[in-house]
Design a protein around this ligand. Structure first.
Ligand code: CA
Ligand code: CA
Length: 335
């Protein structure tokens, strides 16, 4: 009796384990997985998206709300999949990818796309869905925010389907190409964060002038000029600078003072105001510095001795000459 009960418990346990295994094998990531942990070749049912010949017969259609968008603008991507080869669970899995060559690293976030809503109301680039049967159209929708940097970007859909006792097939869509433009309704802003140079350099010594620029804008800005003034006089202009979106860079110039004293360095971004900015008041900073006059060279000791001897010689000679003149004068008067 006890033996029979143990056998029943063992059978029940095995059935439970088999059920759990079957469940995980069948459904993989039913709610999708995040960009960093899933790509083809990595799903829960084994190597189901990698190295499989494309022998299935699914049609993957893909379109978007717009192919010309602004940076950070929301884009909706629609995918329809019609598959005639399904697993015993009538399941298909769908990836949204930036390319079809590098598996796990082809996630849209690599290009700066941000998924706001996937078909399962999460933020993943992979989902699985059950369809009612072969030949039915399965529809998917992703909402994404466009990259912050303007440029041309692609998105693709890849599905896997089939399975059970047969292989999984993969099918790809024709990709969509998006042109992402800067948002011109938001003006750029360049900010001068710092300006400085070495203080207490000596007169005649070359001084490097520094300006640190910040581009407080989502896109790169080109053809930027930085002017350097010292005591109100332009001493250098650096042109054709590029600062990447949200990036920082330095501009440098050199200047040499011919006199010592206190000076004021003034650096200005965009001094001729060629670039229209949301804030024109943060482009300029001052920096005070000192240029030192060199100390007079000390006269060597032997030169001092020489000068004293020369002075003594001149004195003695003068006394001798005066004495000679007086004697000649006295002799003349006696005559
Ligand atoms: Ca500015
Ligand atoms: Ca400006």
């Amino acid at each position: 009796m006890l033996k029979e009960r143990r056998s029943q418990v063992l059978i029940a346990t095995l059935a439970l384990v088999a059920s759990i295994c079957l469940s995980s094998l069948t459904f993989g990531f039913p709610s999708g997985a995040d960009d960093s942990s899933i790509g083809y070749g990595g799903c829960a049912v084994g190597d189901c998206h990698f190295g499989v010949p494309k022998e299935g017969n699914a049609t993957v259609e893909m379109w978007a709300s717009s192919l010309s968008v602004l940076v950070d603008e929301t884009v909706t991507v629609y995918i329809n999949v019609t598959s005639w080869t399904l697993s015993s669970n009538n399941m298909i899995g769908v990836f949204l990818l930036r390319a079809l060559t590098a598996g796990d690293t082809d996630v849209p976030s690599t290009d700066g796309w941000r998924i706001t809503t996937d078909p399962n109301s999460n933020k993943h680039n992979y989902v699985q869905a059950t369809v009612s049967g072969p030949g039915d159209v399965a529809s998917f929708r992703w909402d994404l925010r466009a990259p912050f940097s303007s440029g041309t970007y692609s998105l693709f859909a890849r599905v896997h389907h089939g399975g059970g006792s047969t292989a999984y097939w993969v099918e790809d869509s024709t990709g969509l190409t998006f042109v992402v433009e800067p948002d011109v309704t938001v003006l750029p802003d360049l900010v001068l964060m710092d300006t400085f140079c070495a203080s207490e350099s000596e007169e005649g010594e070359q001084i490097v002038l520094y300006a640190t620029l910040f581009n407080d804008y989502t896109a790169d800005l080109d053809d930027i000029k930085v002017g350097f003034e010292i005591d109100g006089v332009v001493v250098a202009e650096v042109a054709n600078l590029t600062v990447t979106g949200k990036g920082i860079r330095n501009a440098t110039a050199t200047w040499t003072s011919t006199v010592g004293g206190n000076f004021t360095l003034n650096a200005i971004i965009d001094p001729q105001n060629v670039i229209v900015e949301s804030d024109e008041s943060n482009n300029e900073l001052d920096f005070s510095f000192l240029v030192i006059e060199p100390e007079p060279e000390p006269v060597p000791r032997f030169e001092i001795l020489g000068l004293l001897l020369a002075a003594l010689f001149v004195f003695i000679a003068s006394v001798a000459v005066i004495g000679l003149l007086r004697r000649e004068e006295d002799e003349y008067e006696e005559d």
